[in-house]
Structure formats: structure tokens, C-alpha cells
Design a binder for this molecule. Sequence first.
Ligand code: NAD
Length: 478
Amino acid sequence: MANNTPITVAHGDGIGPEIMAASLHIIQEAGARVDIEQIEIGEKVYLSGNSAGIEPSAWESLRRTRVFFKAPITTPQGGGFKSLNVTTRKMLGLYANVRPCVAYHPYVDTKHPRMDVVIVRENEEDLYAGIEYRQTAQVMQSIKLISRPGTERIVRYAFEYARRNNRKKVTCFTKDNIMKLSDGLFHKIFDEIAAEYPDLVNEHWIVDIGAAKLADTPEAFDVVVMPNLYGDILSDVAAQIAGSVGLAGSSNIGTNYAMFEAIHGSAPRRAGQNLANPSGLLLGGVMMLVHINQADIAERVHNAWLKTIEDGIHTYDIYVEGVSRQKVGTREFAQAVVARLGQAPEKLKAARYERDASDLKGLSVQPALKKDLVGVDLFLDWDSGTGDDLAAALARVNGDGLKLQMLSNRGVKIWPNGFPDTFTSDQWRCRFMGDGNVSHAQVAALLSRVAEAGLDFIKTENLCNFDGKPGYSLSQGE
Ligand code: NAD
């Protein structure tokens, strides 16, 4: 049919096929203008020997449609199977994970009746870049990576989402009092972009107290944007305390692709019994309809669903004697929603959608920075004495314009003038600074001298100033 939007659909495992059938039935009855391409992913594909859980032909469909409506899948137990969610997120560049966490009081039990929070989680960077090393016998390292383009995209997405969904406030959580460079950049970009949205309130919380406040008083928040790790943890907390894990949908948005799903899993024990609640997947489908510019249909589906919840037509997972009116199965629930298409809730807040927020303006153009190499941090695997002993061993490699300035261990300064009781591991950071600018050749020559001295270096980090400002952290006590 003309003007239909092609979408790729996976029916998934466990309760997946039932809740997908129910969700598709509702959105099609509501008049969704979609052409469905079905793909096979998940358990069967994994067990056929494909460790990614997805066939090449499925990627072809995704590349064609760029829109993925995905039911939950079962990842088989035992090693070797890669998480399909992580694979799809990375392959399709889905940088934003958006999870509305809403209370449906008094129809669904919750401790936070007025909660209506949307968590916008950065989805690709931070500690999830997966860059990890074992450096010494005692020390493992994960790199926390925060980039300007990555942060600009997610923060702008959060503000655009807020504006286009009639939200009032965007909050940012970081830990920039400790991670001054990485989280500091996230916070700085948040402030820059917030200034472009004077119609929206903006605020920043340190993530620890922010998380405590979110768990205690979620009604104080509206849209909350966070780096990956905090967002991973707090989006689960938020969904859980809304009282509606089984009711929450989510979107994963990229520049060219988007994926929509329920936040729950495949609940294998409930499979095939017409018991499962299709609401989470359906609300993921509502987000998909907004994304493919069918906001009218999204609104129709969402409001009919809200009316169904309000009318007390509930699946087993949210059924409460005295609150609910009728306990129904998956199919009957879907029929009840279809019967209410065109209706709106009377007590719950009706849904209203405009445009999707993924057509963002481009990234900012940053002026070129003057970058000066001024020193180098050399990391050693060394376990043969005190900081003073190591400083003495390194005195021999000073020279050629580079001089040992500081030794630290686990981020704490040990030499010079360290605190004798500080515990040390076998991984040492040795900071060499130049008299003025340093060349790569000087760094390479230093490494040669260190190797000749029989010291085991495990990595170096260049110390650069950017427009005269240090691009490296100082040690505790430095
Ligand atoms: P789960 O979310 O599948 O189930 C947790 C509990 O919630 C179960 O008691 C289940 O009965 C209930 N539940 C979940 N969804 C429900 C619904 N729609 N209606 C009614 N009750 C519902 O989590 P799990 O048991 O930890 O995981 C089961 C499988 O799902 C695992 O293989 C896991 O890897 C997978 N999983 C997949 C996804 C995904 O595809 N996005 C996400 C999470 C887990």
C-alpha cells in the first residue's frame, strides 16, 4: 500500500510471540500505516549455532526498514552467546535509550502515585565502550570514555524529547565532582545545550544524591539524562518504583536506525498460556508510531490502552481484587483495547504526541584547539619496594628534557612527600614533565631508557594542554 512505512518485526521467544501478536493486532486495528517484514532472532537462531542470535538476512531487513519492533528473546544459558541487545545497539548506532516510567495510580499499585519520569540514557559510550585491560597481576582497568559528539547527541535528544512531549524540565546526573574531565564534559555540554532551550527548566544533580532523590521522590523529576552506567542502573530503579516493570516500553534511537521493545524479558514460564501482559511491548510500539510520524495513531492506541487500564481490565500481573474489574488473558486484553480505540482516559492523563525527536540538528562545530604535549604518564608493573625506591630507580632515566615529577599509586600521590602508610598495588603511574613542549621522539626515547633500566612499562598516556589548560587529572595529594 502506498505511504505505508516498512518495519522489521521479531516475534521473539517465550511470551514474545503472544504479546507481539496482541500488540500488532491493536496497532493495525488503530490504523497504523505499516508494512511488516518478519525476521527470526533469538533462541532458535542461537541454538542453530549462530552465536550472535541473528541471521545476515535479518540485518538486510533492518538496513532496509531502519525500524525494528522487537519482542523479548531468550538468551540460552551457558557461555558463548552474545547479547543480541548489545549487538543491535552497537551495530545500528542506537545512542539513546529512552524509558518512560509512569505510575498508573490508583489502577496499578505503586508507592509513587504521581511519578511520571522519562530516563534518557546514553547508550554507546562511558564504561560500556568495553575497553578493558589486565595491566598487572593485581590491577584490571576499564576505560570510561565520554566524547563531545556522543554527549551532544544524547543531551540534545533529551531536550528535544522534552520539548516535543510537553515536558517542563530536564535534569542531568553526573559525578563530575570526582570525574572532572569525563563527567565534567557531560555536565558542561548539558549546560551549553540547556542554554538553547530557555523554555525548559534545567538542573544538574550529583548522581549519588540525585539517585537517592529519584528513588524517594520521583515526582520531583521529569526528563532525566545520564551517561551510560548511571542510566543503566537508574532506568531499572525508575521502572521498578513506578510499579510497572511489565508495563514499560522503551526506544533505542540512533541517527539512522531505531529499535522499540518492552523492558521486560521473555518470561519463559508464562509462555503459551495466554497470560502475559502485552502492555510493555504495546507502549514500545506507541513510541515506534511516533518515530515513524504516525503520532495520530500513537495517540489513539495509547489513549485506548489507558482507558482499558482505567476500566480495570487487567492481566494477572497487575490484577488486584477490589481495584481491578476483570482478569483477562493476553488476547482478551488486546480485544478490550481495540474496543476502546477512539476513547480517552477519564482520570489518567491522556497521551498527546507531536513529532519524534530524532531529527536533531547537527553537532556543534568546535574551534580548533591548540594542543601541546607537555609530559607523559608512564604506567609500570612494579612490586619491588617503596615509592622512594622506585623514584631512585627512575632517577637514572631522567634526562633529554623529561624529568620525573610525581609517582602515584591507585591515583594517590606516593612520591615526593607521600604519606608513608598509603597502601600501594603493583601498578604505578610515573609522571614525567618536560621543560617546555615535549616531542613524540622524547617520549619514545624515555621508553627506551626505561626498558634498558629493566622496568616493565605497561602503557603511557600523553599529557597535553588544550589551549593552555591541562587535559589530565592531578593525583590525590598532588
Ligand atoms: P523476565 O522479565 O522475562 O521475567 C521476570 C518476571 O516478570 C517473571 O516472573 C515473569 O513472569 C514476569 N513478567 C515479565 N514480563 C511479563 C509480562 N509481559 N506479563 C506478565 N508477567 C511478566 O526476566 P527473566 O525471567 O530474568 O528473563 C527471562 C529471559 O528473558 C532470559 O532469557 C533473559 O535473557 C531474557 N531477557 C530478554 C530481554 C530482551 O529481549 N529485551 C530483556 C530481559 C531479559
